[in-house]
Design a protein around this ligand. Structure first.
Ligand SMILES: *Cc1c(COP(=O)(O)O)cnc(C)c1O
Length: 392
């Protein structure tokens, strides 16, 4: 095991090996520097940490439990523990990040948040935090996605946010990120850009990982209590941009556990991508031979991002974490398996992590009798209609 590899502070350059950095227009450099300085101050300020901890407990419902999945374990021949982010307020890990960035917005004396969203989960979470803190909120969403996810658009509006359909490019998530950044350039004096995953320019990949590390830190202690002081053999999480996986891995990187991130087969940046620059960061990206960014494709809108957070690219290259993928068909089977064996309907995203585990347990890639900690990043309500359509 590579015990020397840590998920540390990447320092002022925001580099994870050759990845990360801050590739933004001149006009956004001071804005990123301001966020970095505010976050560094807040993260070492006991009063900020105490306020965030109390919101995570009393508003978001933390700590979330770790559930031993007995019937699923019997089926797979491995011992499965589930970290239950599906039980948080708003139903996924995204609440951990937006409460942190919402408090940071207040700390910077700003009154407005902008965000990008794909399926709408990060938009709903940001609108939730904005309502809680009394902040103005504008969410950029590709026009195609506003049509596919009409219910989430309605939720954001109900929460008081303005939703702006983005009509440029492919009219999906990557274009929404571009528009949110454009807004931020023009409004930076009173606006914070609340980015939704461990991606984008420094300090976002590091800051969002730190806000999500509560998932892994809780899970490590909970697993030790369940396993009589031992750590799991394998820790697995799904990867879109990579925030729930980064938060999970942060808790276990110092143990001997094997770390596995699972991407959608149609959005597999580590498997099929090559390093390049997009949205302010250097990382593995899906691109053609001329450097044009390719559209990722997956049944789960939360995973169809053409890139991956830069720290994951670094963890893949240095071997501390491994990245695998799961196909849409495997994911649908895994979702139904968890529903039937445990009474838990997962979101399509974490069903990717389970789909890999099912395959790995069958093939022996994960040995019989191993203990496996899997982050269940969110609940399946948002996907019920999609799944109904695919299964009928
Ligand atoms: C958004 C989302 C993801 C993907 O985002 P990451 O940053 O990779 O965690 C995964 N699961 C759920 C439930 C989501 O809503």
């Amino acid at each position: 095991m590579k015990a020397d590899i840590a998920m540390a502070d990447p320092g002022p350059t925001g580099r994870f090996g050759e990845y990360g950095g801050r590739y933004v227009p001149e006009s956004l450099v001071p804005a990123c520097a301001e966020v970095e300085a505010a976050f560094r101050g807040a993260w070492s300020d006991p009063a900020f940490r105490a306020r965030l901890d109390s919101l995570l407990a009393d508003y978001a419902g933390r700590p979330t439990p770790v559930t031993r999945a007995e019937r699923l374990s019997n089926e797979l021949g491995v011992d499965v523990l589930l970290k239950r982010e599906d039980l948080t307020h708003t139903g996924s890990h995204k609440i951990n990040n937006v409460l942190g960035q919402g408090l940071l917005t207040l700390a910077m004396g700003k009154s407005r948040m902008v965000a990008e969203t794909g399926a709408g989960q990060h938009g709903v979470a940001t609108a939730t935090a904005a309502a809680l803190f009394g902040l103005e909120c504008v969410v950029y969403m590709g026009e195609v996605d506003t049509q596919r996810q009409a219910l989430n658009v309605f939720r954001m509006k109900l929460l008081g946010a303005e939703v702006v359909p983005v009509t440029s490019g492919s009219r999906t998530l990557k274009d929404a990120v571009n528009e949110a950044m454009r807004d931020w350039v023009a409004t930076v004096a009173d606006t914070h850009y609340c980015l939704g995953s461990v991606m984008g320019p420094h300090p976002y990949p590091w800051m969002v990982r730190e806000f999500q590390s509560v998932v892994g830190n809780e899970a490590r202690e909970q697993c030790r209590a369940i396993l009589g002081g031992a750590d799991p053999d394998v820790v697995v999480a799904c990867v879109g941009g990579g925030s729930n996986a980064a938060g999970t891995f942060a808790g276990f990187v110092g143990t001997d556990a094997r770390l596995v991130g699972v991407e959608a087969a149609g959005g597999s940046a580590i498997g099929r991508g090559i390093p390049g620059v997009l949205h302010g960061m250097r990382s593995y990206l899906l691109q053609d031979e001329w450097g044009q960014i390719l559209e990722a494709e997956s049944i789960s809108a939360g995973l169809d991002y053409p890139g991956i957070g830069p720290e994951h690219s670094w963890l893949a290259d240095n071997g501390r974490a491994q990245y695998r993928s799961a196909s849409d068909d495997e994911v649908l089977d895994a979702l139904q398996l968890l529903a039937r064996t445990e009474g838990i309907i997962p979101a399509l995203e974490p069903a990717h992590a389970l789909a890999w585990l099912v395959r790995a347990a069958k093939s022996g890639e994960v040995a019989a009798g191993s203990t496996v900690m899997m982050t269940l990043s969110g609940r399946g309500d948002k996907d019920a209609e999609t799944v109904m359509g695919l299964l009928s």
